[in-house]
Design a protein around this ligand. Sequence first.
Ligand code: ADP
Ligand code: TRP
Length: 320
Amino acid sequence: MRILSGIQPSGIPHIGNYFGMMQPAIRMQDEGNEAFLFIADYHALTTSPDPKELRERVLNVAIDFLACGLDPEKTVFYRQSDLPQVCELTWILNCITTVGLLERAHSYKDKIAKGFIPNNGLFSYPVLMAADILLYKANLVPVGKDQKQHLEITRDIAIRFNNIYGNIFVVPEEKIQESVAVIPGTDGQKMSKSYNNTIPIFGQEKAIRKTVMNVVTDCKGLEEPKDPSNCNVVALYRLFATEAQVSEMEAKYRAGNYGYGHAKQALFEILWERFAPFRKRREELAKDPGYVEQILKSGREKAVVIADKTLKEVRQAVGL
Ligand code: ADP
Ligand code: TRP
């Protein structure tokens, strides 16, 4: 199987990214799939980031992903904009994509509602994403649930292209793990870099502890029994804990005399411990940005062979 996924360098990777996409992708890499992972910096341009900040974020996201277990020996790891072939494919796909299909995209409407400028890049974001996937003929795309519709659009575009021009593209499937499909943020909404509600994977101990302590709960007092099925802290704890540890916390909730502060402390500790080995690796990688840059460069060298081959077939098929 060929798997492929991307992450935008639009902020600091958080535990929603980790459980929703990074960990599943790394597992699939380790199970012997042919893996392509990339940093979607063209996509990040749709929300007009500061240029210097964008460049720094690309490097930091690369370091985070490697620290979490992306193995560049097994995975082709690259920066999207190092392969501008994807833009040519985007244009060609744009010409068979109806405006109606894109008008149905939730993510566009959500971003506009949040005050982002309705530029054409934001509108045609799903076409660039389709090009990312189709260029490499990926079979499976590990993502969180918020990307489901983008995969449906990708399939629509692939099928339409194949119908018009012949069977060139693989029609891909998304791979969404139900248990981690939507990780809640500190405010209970979906955790997202653009909602200011994230718990980062990496950071200073004090800052992460503070973030965890700010997870929103109801305002029941210490002694009162609490409902674990309806609590963000328990939902987040579940990501890190064993079944037995979760049951223990649930029992304490129901019994009373166990405050949200206690639960948050337990959450912080288990989270901090879980990422300890990654933090160590991250420290090493951060000392050597040249090495990280080298990995992305060598990823590009491998990716370009496939990108050029697909693009040649596409150009031939459409009459260019
Ligand atoms: P963000 O919404 O924070 O900007 P991205 O759009 O860069 O994150 O997402 C990168 C990957 O992480 C995608 O596959 C996305 O589905 C996944 N992801 C992001 N947030 C969550 C979440 N809260 N729960 C599960 N998966 C998530
Ligand atoms: N749109 C994805 C997100 O915001 C990032 C992305 C861009 C992507 N291209 C992709 C994910 C291709 C999977 C495959 O999370």
